[in-house]
Every structure is written in C-alpha cells, then in structure tokens.
Design a protein around this ligand. Structure first.
Ligand code: DQA
Length: 147
C-alpha cells in the first residue's frame, strides 16, 4: 500500500514562514513524521513538494496506478486551481485535502477550496497532525476495500 503526500507552494518554507500560523516545524520534520507514521502502519509514504502547479498536476497524473491514495496540501492553489481539481477527478485516486491552518477561520478568499469538491474529505486546523490523521483516514478506507 502506497500513499503520496503532495505539498504545494510556499510549504518548503515551513518553520520560518509565519510560524504563528503554520508552526515551527520544517517540511522535512513533517515529512519525517509522516514516514515514521507510515512505517508503523505498514504503508509506504512518498513525499513531494513543488511551488509549480504543473509539477503538482504531473504528480497527480503519475499517481494513477502507482499510489493507492493521495494527501494534498495545495497551499494557495487550493483557492484558485480548477486544474488541480480536474486532475483529482481525472485520476480517481482517493485523495484527502489537508491544511495546517483552519482555512475557514481566516480571510474569506481562503474559505473557498476547489480541491474540496474532488476529494473524500478535508482536514484543517490541526497543524502537522492533520497529515497523520489523513494517513489513518486513507488506511481506514483501504480496509473497507472501496476506492
Ligand atoms: C495552507 C492554507 C492556504 O490558504 C495557504 O495559502 C497555504 C497553506 C495551510 O496549510 O494552512 O499556503 O494550505
């Protein structure tokens, strides 16, 4: 069983980027935590971060047949990218949307997510723990045998 964790624009700056909003953990620390969580649950975790929408699109396309699930924090593309939404619809790989912050409690432009239309569900507001919750949620879904 294999899960792809995709992080979008500016998430490479985690740790120093608005730490009061996004926390002090670096992306490397978050990814390491996900790797350990995956190992203990017996699933393979692959992590990728890009600031480029096209790279994220290519990664979603390539996930079909290669990964059983996707965890996506699309960063600001969440609020603008019809292309990412379409990609998730197209590959039919079960996807969970994650945000570190509670986007619904922030500026109004963050309260709309194109991603959320195409995913199983959204986890936001729990910081990096949200990625671990998403791993568990995908594993639960794999057990059910439906994807
Ligand atoms: C974010 C929320 C987005 O609105 C923002 O543009 C980000 C990070 C989050 O993880 O809370 O880059 O996706």
């Amino acid at each position: 069983t294999s899960i792809l964790i995709l992080n979008g624009p500016n998430l490479n700056l985690l740790g120093t980027r608005q730490p009061e909003v996004y926390g002090r953990e670096t992306l490397a620390m978050v990814e390491e935590k996900c790797q350990r969580h995956g190992t203990s649950a017996g699933v393979e975790i692959t992590c990728l971060q890009s600031n480029h929408e096209g790279v994220l699109l290519d990664a979603i396309h390539a996930a079909k047949g290669r990964h059983d699930g996707i965890i996506l924090n699309a960063g600001a593309f969440t609020h603008s990218s019809v292309a990412l939404m379409d990609a998730i619809y197209s590959v039919e790989v079960p996807t969970i949307e994650v945000h570190l912050s509670n986007i619904h409690a922030r500026e109004s432009f963050r309260q709309t997510s194109y991603i959320s239309k195409a995913v199983i569900g959204q986890i936001c507001g729990f910081g990096s723990f949200g990625y671990l919750m998403a791993i568990d949620a995908l594993i639960e879904r794999f057990k059910g045998g439906s994807d």
